[in-house]
Write a protein that binds this ligand. Structure first.
Ligand code: FES
Length: 123
């Protein structure tokens, strides 16, 4: 794959997220004030759409569903967050934002499904 156009810089104001389609791959672009990140469109916890449930403040992305959070400067996990955020490499080319997409990034949710099953089995 290759560098793909995401959107213009002006399309993603500071502290916001935008869902884009990069040649058929859905990607969420985050502007955290000090830079940009590009990531799969869902929360790695339980598949919430990050462009709807995510908020950015002080360079931290928080999924408001269960408050998993990541520092977008260094991708550190914050608080109870258990999974890393996957990201595409981002480059700004003038007014355009590009991401290097080798393959579509996805998360494995099998572990959570088993946990849910155990929970209900014991109840
Ligand atoms: S779905 Fe995002 S924190 Fe739970």
């Amino acid at each position: 794959m290759s560098w793909k156009y995401l959107c213009d810089v002006s399309d993603v104001p500071s502290n916001s997220l935008k869902l884009v389609d990069a040649d058929g791959i859905r990607i969420v672009v985050a502007n955290y004030g000090e830079g940009f990140r590009a990531m799969p469109p869902i929360c790695p916890h339980m598949e919430e759409p990050l462009d709807e449930s995510g908020v950015i403040a002080s360079c931290v992305l928080t999924c408001t569903k269960h408050l998993w959070a990541w520092d977008l400067r260094n991708l550190d996990l914050i608080g109870e967050t258990e999974k890393e955020l996957k990201t595409y490499e981002v480059r700004q080319n003038g007014s355009r934002l590009l991401a290097f997409v080798e393959e579509e990034l996805t998360y494995d949710f099998d572990e959570e499904a088993e946990d849910d099953y155990d929970f209900f089995a014991k109840a």
